[in-house]
Design a protein around this ligand. Structure first.
Ligand SMILES: N[C@@H](CCC(=O)N[C@@H](CS)C(=O)NCC(=O)O)C(=O)O
Length: 203
């Protein structure tokens, strides 16, 4: 049975939970409590020296890190439904959106959270002005994505893909930092509602 080192509130392991659920693949979770400092413990650092979840453990004991790499492995294990593209063109389009989301939206969303939210107060050095700037940059990116969604149903085209999983989990994670859908973002709102209605969004 696949084992997922997981945290219920963190967006990166949530990507993998959604992916596994969309694929219909059974898995066990090993909870990792970030709030209690588990990711910095010697036991967990032996699992992942980066101190991050998700980690997927295979039956032979191999441990995979990085949500994109994990999902790529799962896609080859269970190709249907294809969530990372069916041909080279689709794979390139999905990966292009995934990388944009990771670097331009997800990373600054984590910075907004780390530098402004009380969860991290006393645990890391917080620079609130930097967090506020990161939040503004993220809101600009979502405004751009709202315009792009005027021409396509999902973030990477006409089919649901891993790009939608990364986008949805990132937007949800922005809420505690005040990153939300804005007035007039009707395309983004329609897209968000369609992803939220999927059973995988409940896991
Ligand atoms: N690039 C990694 C990001 C992993 C990551 O940022 N994990 C966060 C949770 S979303 C984490 O484990 N943080 C632990 C900590 O900050 O102590 C991936 O996509 O898997």
């Amino acid at each position: 049975m696949l084992k997922l080192y997981d945290n219920a509130f963190a967006p990166s392991p949530r990507r993998v939970r959604m992916f596994l659920t969309e694929k219909g693949l059974p898995f066990e979770t090993i909870p990792v409590d970030i709030a209690a400092g588990d990711t910095g413990s010697a036991d967990f650092l032996a699992v992942n020296p980066l101190g991050e979840v998700p980690v997927l453990e295979l039956d032979d004991g191999t441990r995979l890190r990085e949500s994109l790499a994990i999902c790529r492995y799962l896609e080859s294990m269970q190709p249907e439904p294809a969530l990372l593209g069916c041909d080279d063109r689709e794979r390139a389009e999905i990966e292009s959106i995934v990388l944009q989301l990771m670097f331009r939206v997800y990373v600054p969303t984590t910075h907004a959270f780390r530098h402004t939210h009380k969860f991290w107060a006393g645990r890391v050095v917080q620079i609130p002005e930097y967090g506020a700037l990161a939040r503004e940059n993220v809101l600009t990116e979502w405004q751009r994505l709202d315009r792009e969604l005027a021409n396509r149903e999902f973030l990477a085209g006409d089919r649901f893909s891993f790009a939608d999983i990364v986008g949805y989990t990132t937007l949800e994670f922005g809420k505690p930092s005040g990153i939300r859908l804005q007035e007039g973002q009707d395309h983004l709102r329609r897209w968000h509602a369609s992803i939220a209605a999927r059973p995988s969004a409940k896991v």
